[in-house]
Design a protein around this ligand. Structure first.
Ligand code: GDP
Ligand code: MN
Length: 380
C-alpha cells in the first residue's frame, strides 16, 4: 500500500527523522487557515500517489496565507499523471542549500534490504543512475546481523559526504530510517530530497513510502491511512470480496488459478494478439463461492468483452470449478462470452459437467493457446 507524502512523513516523525511542521488541507480556505497557523512562507504540496509533482506544478511556495489560498486553488483538482489532487499538505517552507537522496528498499535478487544514498538528489533516481551511476552509494543490510552503525558510515563515505556535521545527522537519519522500515513492514522508504539547510540542518523534505499489504494486520494505524476514494473502484470491490485482482487496460478478462498460471494467461492472451483487461488469481481453492466472487469482479469491468477462464487442476479439482462456473452463471448475469480451458485433476468430469449444462455463452477449448485465441477473437 502506497502512502501519501504527509502520511509517510508522519511515520518518519514517529521514528525521530526530522521533517517540517505541516497541516493537511482539502480546500483553499483550509490551506489559508493552515498557512496562517504555521506563519511565514509555506509550501503548498499536492498529495497524490505518484511522483514528479514538482514538475507537474503540484508543489508551490507561498509567501503568506492569502498566497497559500491562491496556490491551493490552483493545485486542487489538478490531474497529475492520472491522479486528481484532492488533498494538500501545507508545510512550513525550508531553505535549501543541498538536495540529497536516501532510500531503503528490498533488493529481491540479493534478498536483502538495500540503502541508496547520493548527493545528487532532487531529481529522479533513475536519471542519476543513468547519467552518474558512480554517484550512488549502495549498501545491502544483512538482516541476520542486523543493521550496524559502521555500515551507515560506509554509505556516507561512499556518497562523498565529507562535512562532519552533515555526516553525523545523515548517519542518525539512516539508522532511524532502518528502524522505521523494519518496524512498519515497509517495502520502500524514499527521501528525495533529503535536504541540508543553509544552517546545516538535515531534514526529510519528501517521502515516498510503501507498506507491505500482507503485514497491515499488524499495523491497524497504518491500515487506516488507506484512501479508499483514491483506489480504483474495481480494485476496492475486489478487496472487499477477497479477490486478488489488478485492473489492466485491455478487453480480455482473465481468471486463472494460482499466480503463476494467471501471469501465463496474461502472456498467452498477448501472444494471441489480445490485451488483458485484468490479472485475477482464483488461488488454490476454486470452490463455487470463490469463482462467483471472482467472476463478479471481472464482470463489473465495462471494458471486458470476453472472459478467459484458465484452470489447471492440481489441488483444485476441475469438476468443482465447473460447478462453480455454472453456479456463477446462475447467480450473476454475465453478458460477455466465457472461454474455459480445464486441465489436470478431474478435467474430463469438469468438461462433461459444462457440456451437459451447455450455457449459450460458454466455450470450452482444449488447450491454453486455443482458448486464448478464441477469447481474443470473441473480444474483437
Ligand atoms: P516531487 O516532485 O513529487 O518529488 O515533490 P518534492 O516534495 O520532492 O518537491 C519537489 C521540489 O520542490 C523539491 O525537490 C524542492 O526543490 C522543492 N521544494 C519542496 N519543498 C520545498 C521547501 O520547503 N522549500 C523550497 N525552497 N523548495 C521546496
Ligand atoms: Mn521528491
Amino acid at each position: 500500500m502506497d502512502l501519501y507524502e504527509y502520511q509517510g512523513k508522519e511515520l518518519f516523525r514517529r521514528f525521530g527523522i526530522p521533517v517540517s511542521e505541516g497541516r493537511l488541507a482539502t480546500s483553499p480556505e483550509e490551506a489559508r487557515a493552515a498557512a496562517d497557523e504555521l506563519g511565514g512562507q509555506v509550501v503548498v504540496k499536492a498529495q497524490v500517489l505518484t511522483g514528479g509533482r514538482g514538475k507537474a506544478g503540484g508543489v508551490k511556495l507561498a509567501d503568506d496565507a492569502a498566497d497559500a489560498e491562491r496556490k491551493a486553488h490552483d493545485i486542487l483538482g489538478l490531474d497529475i499523471r492520472g491522479h486528481v489532487v484532492r488533498r494538500l499538505w501545507i508545510e512550513r517552507a525550508s531553505e535549501i542549500a543541498k538536495e540529497y537522496y536516501l532510500s531503503l528498499t528490498f533488493d529481491r535478487s540479493e534478498k536483502k534490504p538495500l540503502f541508496m544514498l547520493t548527493t545528487e538528489g532532487g531529481v529522479e533516481i533513475e536519471e542519476v543512475a543513468a547519467a552518474k551511476p558512480d554517484a550512488i552509494a549502495r549498501l545491502h543490510v544483512n538482516v541476520l546481523e542486523g543493521f550496524q552503525p559502521y555500515q551507515a558510515r560506509r554509505l556516507i563515505y561512499g556518497a562523498n559526504i565529507d562535512d562532519p556535521n552533515e555526516q553525523r545527522q545523515v548517519l542518525d537519519v539512516i539508522g532511524k530510517l532502518y528502524r522505521c522500515f523494519v518496524e512498519t513492514d515497509a517495502m520502500l522508504c524514499e527521501v528525495n530530497p533529503l535536504i541540508v539547510t543553509p544552517e546545516g540542518e538535515v531534514k526529510a523534505l519528501d517521502s515516498k513510502f510503501t507498506v507491505d499489504e500482507s503485514a497491515l494486520f499488524r499495523h491497524p494505524d497504518i491500515a487506516e491511512m488507506r484512501d479508499v476514494e483514491a483506489a480504483d473502484p474495481l480494485e476496492a470491490f475486489a478487496r472487499e470480496k477477497g479477490v486478488t485482482y489488478v485492473k489492466l487496460d485491455g478487453s480480455v478478462g482473465i481468471l486463472g488459478n494460482g499466480a503463476g498460471l494467471s501471469m501465463s494467461t496474461v502472456d498467452v492472451v498477448v501472444v494471441a494478439g489480445g490485451r488483458p483487461a485484468n490479472f485475477c488469481d482464483l488461488g488454490g481453492g476454486g470452490d463455487a463461492e470463490g469463482v462467483v466472487d471472482a467472476l463478479e469482479v471481472i464482470n463489473r469491468d465495462p471494458d471486458v468483452r470476453s472472459i478467459f477462464f484458465n484452470i489447471f487442476g492440481g489441488i483444485t479439482r476441475c469438476d468443482e470449478v465447473a460447478r462453480g462456473i455454472l453456479e456463477a452463471l446462475h447467480r450473476i448475469e454475465i453478458a460477455v462470452p466465457i472461454v474455459v480451458r480445464l486441465d489436470g485433476t478431474n478435467a474430463d468430469e469438469g468438461r462433461a459437467i459444462l457440456a451437459d449444462a451447455a450455457p449459450p455463452n460458454l466455450h470450452v477449448e482444449p488447450t491454453m493457446l486455443d482458448a486464448a485465441k478464441r477469447a481474443v477473437e470473441l473480444a474483437a
